[in-house]
Write a protein that binds this ligand. Structure first.
Ligand code: NAP
Length: 248
């Protein structure tokens, strides 16, 4: 694979693994992060040690000015983006509907939804054949929660991912005539640090055995699906949502 890949939220978890694997497959990678410069630097170093090329770029992807700066930095330092993984996302402490407030809802929508619109806009401006681009591919990060509903604590998170499913469909249809494929992955229970942010430390161990395949998934198993969707091997795949959830 060749080209320039932007991974939002690339400092840890699924994003970090996709950045590393993507670089090993030939992409030049922009590793975006928000709060963890050391973790992003470690990803870039690992890629460099393996013979790949990557840079880390700080930016809150829920902030328009940061997103514009992120893409302009990539233009300047790596060249025109060809692949975007809209991965960054957050989850809040588990709370029932009776305790949800406007501020936390809006911060969730901003990071989980608005960010994907803003990054897709900047990518489309560069990839679109109508804007002089060469085409490209986008993968949006959804979640099995979009199907399951997130009842009993994760309603706002699940709803944000439901919005991403709809966004993926509309964006794919809008950009198909402009040479850009758009798909999403919908992971199930994946072993990353995001579960700590829910305040439920037993979640992976408790729910893993209930997954039809009998275990939680690994970040690599999601990264492989993302990289396939971004690759020329998926040249006839757009407007698809790929479940990576062990049957859940
Ligand atoms: P994670 O380990 O918590 O990683 C989240 C990443 O997003 C970090 O690199 C973080 O960067 C970045 N990030 C958060 N807010 C950001 C912002 N405003 N701007 C830029 N970057 C930001 O989580 P993960 O499990 O890998 O999750 C990645 C994505 O997969 C999320 O969208 C999540 O909803 C989705 N997902 C995860 C699972 C799962 O079971 N793990 C299942 C389904 C879907 P900093 O730390 O540098 O701030």
């Amino acid at each position: 694979m060749t080209g320039v890949l932007i991974v939002t939220g690339g400092s840890r978890g699924i994003g970090a693994t996709t950045a590393t694997l993507g670089a090993a497959r030939g992409y030049t990678v922009a590793v975006n992060y928000n709060r963890n410069p050391d973790r992003a630097a470690a990803v870039v170093e690992e890629i460099g040690r393996a013979g790949g090329r990557a840079i880390a770029i700080q930016g809150d992807v829920g902030n328009e000015a940061d997103v514009v700066r992120l893409f302009e930095t990539v233009d300047r330092e790596l060249g025109r983006v060809t692949a975007l993984f809209n991965n960054a996302g957050v989850i809040h402490l588990m709370k029932p509907i009776t305790e949800l407030g406007q501020a936390e809802l809006e911060s969730m929508w901003r990071v989980n939804i608005t960010s994907q619109f803003l990054c897709a806009r900047e990518a489309a401006r560069r990839m679109s054949t109508r804007h002089g681009g060469q085409g490209g591919a986008i993968v949006n990060m959804s979640s099995a929660a979009a199907r399951l509903g997130g009842a009993n604590g994760s309603l706002s998170y699940a709803a944000s991912k439901g919005a991403i499913d709809t966004f993926t469909c509309g964006l794919a249809l809008e950009l198909a005539p402009q040479g850009i494929r758009v798909n999403a992955v919908r992971p199930g229970l994946i072993e990353t640090e995001i579960h700590d942010d829910m305040g439920d430390e037993t979640r992976l161990a408790r729910l893993g055995p209930m997954v039809p395949l009998g275990r939680h998934g690994r970040p690599e198993e999601v990264a492989e699906a993302v990289l396939w969707l971004l690759s020329p091997q998926a040249s006839y795949v757009t407007n698809s949502i790929l479940d990576v959830g062990g049957g859940r």
